[in-house]
Design a protein around this ligand. Structure first.
Ligand code: PMP
Length: 402
């Protein structure tokens, strides 16, 4: 039976992720993989989780852990998040927080909340592939979010109007972005807020990597700067998306969104309709782990990932030939490489897998307009020093030979 012609139009924009297809091939033990942007499983606080799940299943708590619960999320976890947000300048209440099944779900709900077909979403060129996948389902028009002062608010509005569209939001990951590793400075964040004010659109701040800063000065989140400007979160247009995936463990699927109450209230309705609530037992376990070891654990992660970043940057400096450029991230998991003009990241990957057995992600998938052929993303989070040194040496050898 062929049902594809019965699929809704939104499916036309939803293609299998090249990266996921690729990752399936990378289980072979002789491959050095810089492809997946994933945490090192050896660093998961597994014993703390074992204890927290046991506590959640103790006789006095098991009914709550295994029962349906409210769509907003487990209140003690939301209260803990309120405390964490306050430390980075985001003054809010539990009613400003929705627990989601990973921040990916928040991105899906925000697409659903803001985008009617043809509406404009401003995204970086490149941007997080998963955000494009989430928004694509709502059939948007994309325009390139550029914050270096060479695009005016009017040019975005006019471009949208010509296409019969309106700008609904700007999406970005301001700290150690996936895929570039770059951080938007404070002045850039103010330019973003000014742009959003002029366009009267929302800002989606994806803070997935924000806790993983290794050096340099922290920059306040966009939402914190906006609260400073406007006096209260209730007057803010920024929606902040956080996650425990990069700090504790992605498998528990716990993230959160923080925004003005009416935005959260509407997202709660979307969540009710989609999955009722995020797994109660996982929320309770994450709360338990977060309360006991969050700061110490993140400190340990930072120390390990910082060294891996340093090893990769040193190896790049040693082995990359002339004409190859790369970012020097202050945190996160990624280094973004620009190959000489005309060279293809996808082509390089094919040759690399064949001859050098090194994997990475071709950058093109991160561009809403399909450009970026000569870029690749390297992740340093899930490889030991020797593998990083060896993999980058092999990549350098391959690049010199093409
Ligand atoms: N945003 C960014 C920038 C990411 O890199 C990721 C994970 N790759 C996510 C959001 C989604 O993460 P999760 O759903 O696990 O919170």
């Amino acid at each position: 039976m062929q049902l594809d012609q019965n699929f809704a139009s939104r499916n036309a924009r939803m293609k299998a992720s090249e990266i996921r297809e690729l990752l399936k091939l990378l289980d072979q033990p002789d491959i050095i993989s810089f492809a997946g942007g994933i945490p090192d499983p050896a660093l998961f606080p597994a014993d703390d989780f074992a204890e927290a799940f046991t506590i959640a299943l103790a006789p006095d708590r098991q009914a709550q852990a295994l029962q349906y619960s409210v769509s907003e999320g487990y209140l003690p976890l939301r209260q803990w998040i309120v405390g964490e947000m306050k430390k980075i300048g985001i003054v809010c209440e539990p009613e400003n927080v929705l627990i989601t099944s990973g921040s990916q779900q928040a991105l899906d709900y925000l697409g659903k909340l803001f985008l009617s077909p043809g509406d404009t979403a401003l995204v970086g060129w490149p941007t997080y592939l998963g955000a494009l996948a989430a928004f694509n389902a709502y059939e948007p028009r994309y325009d390139r979010l550029s914050l270096n002062g060479n695009r005016t608010a009017e040019s975005y509005a006019e471009g949208a109007a010509e296409a019969g569209s309106t700008v609904k939001f700007a999406y970005l990951s301001p700290d150690f972005a996936n895929p570039t590793g770059e951080t938007l400075d404070r002045a850039g964040r103010f330019r973003l807020l000014e742009l959003a004010d002029k366009l009267d659109c929302a800002v989606i701040e994806d803070a997935a990597y924000q806790s993983l800063r290794y050096d340099g000065e922290p920059v306040l989140p966009v939402l914190a700067l906006e609260i400073e400007q406007k006096g209260s979160i209730e007057d803010c247009r920024t929606v902040y998306c956080g996650t425990f995936s990069k700090t504790l463990a992605p498998g528990v699927r716990i993230g959160w969104a923080v925004a003005a109450k009416p935005v959260i209230a509407q997202m709660v309705l979307l969540k009710q309709a989609a999955d009722l609530h995020t797994a109660s037992i996982n929320q309770m376990a994450v709360h338990g782990v977060a309360e006991t070891c969050f700061d110490a654990h993140v400190e340990q992660l930072r120390a390990v990932y910082q060294r891996r970043r340093d090893v990769m940057l040193a190896a790049m400096a040693e082995h990359m030939p002339e004409g190859v450029e790369w970012t020097r991230p202050e945190g996160g998991m990624f280094i973004w490489v620009t190959l000489p003009d005309g060279m293809s990241g996808a082509g390089l990957l094919a040759r690399s897998l064949e001859t050098e057995r090194v994997a990475f992600v071709p950058g093109q998938a991160f561009f809403a307009d399909g450009s970026g052929q000569n870029t690749i993303r390297l992740s340093f989070s899930n490889s030991y020093h020797t593998a990083i040194e060896e993999g980058i040496a092999r990549l350098g050898r391959l690049l010199r030979s093409v």
